[in-house]
Design a protein around this ligand. Structure first.
Ligand SMILES: NC(=O)c1ccc[n+]([C@@H]2O[C@H](COP(=O)([O-])OP(=O)(O)OC[C@H]3O[C@@H](n4cnc5c(N)ncnc54)[C@H](O)[C@@H]3O)[C@@H](O)[C@H]2O)c1
Length: 444
């Protein structure tokens, strides 16, 4: 399929968004007797998981499906399972039919989250959007703002937040188990199998008949198609489409840290990383943040340090864990005034010293369904926890660290009120990016 940018349709979406801002949310009134009419954008891989999990609610009816890749594993399976749903390859055509649905899951590559989600929210659609919420810092700010302006029910796809493991960790800190927290170390020590070896391919491959490559590129600059280098999944290693390992895991692993300690915006960020390639992300980094202290932290400033790269974990010294304890593959250590808590990524937190906490009664927090709780909230039943008012600042902090990786060994001063780095125009320029002509620009 050869697909041309349809400027008329883009203007329709923009005009509908603009009109909507004047007249208030263009949404169908929903209540507990309604069924939420769901559209899914990105139905392969994590998108499949998102769609199946949200659609598991009896209150949800899947009415529309959209994926740029019509092959069986990306789109075909969904078209078969939800055979009555309308089918799209281009999210703009879906948004042209905005009256047909109430809510949308956005499970595409990171670089398309904001263009799709902002346009949908401007049409009054409730949004579940994958992590990291956006590709740039300014997009994260915009997502939060548009959601608030339009009273949209939102949820970021950092589903572990709702799992007992992370919920228990947050409760332990709030219960004062380890006292006020002095320092945090967070890491993902896995290899990045999606990081390309060669950042400047010199040839291209035929575009598969099932793939609309121009729509896949979306707001990103044009480049030739190359098999398995970008789509699926391997886009993470490319600066135009993803945000590297910190972007991929930061919104999971730093989430219980943010929620437990009620962190806001960092004030300084400094990275140690190799000089960055012009196309792909770095294979290893250490990012040191300073956050303003909160009632949950000791002192006026909280240091939070992120580590990524194969086998890269924090130095054990001063962490308060016993010598024989193996730090998990990925997770966080919170060093408190009265003990240490390790939060392995995806499993229950552990408290140290062991002797002190042997008899400690762990709180029972239960599990929340991260997906159907969003659908319920869209119908007026309850609230979400990773709404963009929370997820926006979390994603912002993660993406500020991603910017610091571009400027190794420079301490960046972040002025959150002005939304710029102090005395660093090059870093400030990285808060946003150029959008391809003819495509919705979410930050205006
Ligand atoms: N929460 C988690 O645990 C978790 C796990 C994996 C991925 N993710 C996130 O989910 C998102 C997708 O990751 P993935 O690994 O599944 O990627 P992927 O490339 O494997 O799959 C993306 C799917 O979206 C489709 N797609 C891409 N661009 C599109 C567009 N513009 N419009 C419609 N469809 C489009 C693709 O064809 C594919 O089916 C990313 O944001 C990623 O960070 C989250």
């Amino acid at each position: 399929m050869t697909w041309q940018v349809n400027r008329r349709a883009f203007l329709q979406v923009s005009a509908a968004g603009a009109a909507h801002l004047l007249i208030g949310p263009n949404a169908r009134a929903l209540d507990l007797n309604s069924r939420l009419r769901l559209a899914a954008v990105g139905t392969g891989n994590k998108g499949q998981d998102d769609l199946l999990n949200v659609a598991a609610s009896p209150r949800v009816e899947v009415v529309a499906l959209c994926d740029v890749d019509q092959s069986q594993s990306h789109f075909g399976w969904a078209a078969e399972k939800y055979s009555r749903a309308a089918r799209y390859a281009d999210f703009r055509r879906l948004l042209d039919e905005a009256a047909t649905f109430d809510a949308v899951t956005v499970s595409t590559t990171d670089h398309m989250h904001a263009p799709i989600a902002v346009a949908a929210m401007q049409l009054g659609k409730h949004v579940f959007c994958q992590k990291p919420l956006t590709h740039t810092v300014n997009e994260a700010r915009r997502m939060r703002e548009v959601a608030k302006q339009n009273r949209i029910v939102t949820q970021m796809g950092n589903q572990i937040q709702s799992h007992p493991a992370y919920r228990t960790a947050v409760k332990l800190v709030h219960d004062g188990a380890i006292g006020k927290v002095r320092a945090v170390h967070s890491w993902q020590s896995g290899g990045m199998d999606w990081l390309p070896k060669n950042s400047h391919p010199t040839d291209s491959d035929p575009i598969p008949k099932t793939l609309d490559w121009d729509s896949w590129l979306g707001v990103a600059p044009e480049r030739p198609y190359k098999s398995n280098l970008y789509h699926p999944k391997n886009w993470r290693g490319w600066q135009d489409f993803g945000a590297g390992q910190l972007g991929d895991f930061g919104c999971h692993i730093l989430d219980p840290v943010f929620m437990a300690l009620e962190l806001t915006a960092p004030t300084t960020i400094e990275a140690e990383a190799p000089a960055i390639d012009d196309q792909i992300w770095s294979p290893k980094s250490t990012v040191s943040y300073e956050f303003p202290g909160t009632p949950r932290t000791a002192g006026e400033v909280l240091p939070v340090t992120w580590y990524d790269g194969a086998g890269h974990k924090p130095n054990r010294e001063g962490l308060g864990v016993p010598d024989e304890y193996d730090l998990p593959h990925a997770g966080s250590v919170l060093v408190g005034e009265q003990g240490t808590m390790v939060i392995p990524h995806w499993s229950m937190p552990q408290l140290f010293p062991e002797d002190k906490f042997r008899e400690y009664k762990m709180p029972e927090v239960g599990e929340v369904n991260h997906y159907t709780s969003w659908a319920d909230a869209c119908l007026g039943d309850g609230k979400t926890t990773s709404h963009f008012g929370y997820a926006g600042p979390l994603a912002e902090a993660v993406l500020l660290g991603v910017i610091a990786i571009r400027f190794p060994k420079e301490q960046l001063q972040w002025d959150t009120r002005r939304g710029e780095f102090t005395h660093h125009a090059d870093a400030t320029a990285r808060l946003t990016k150029e959008y391809r002509r003819g495509w919705p620009n979410p930050v205006g």
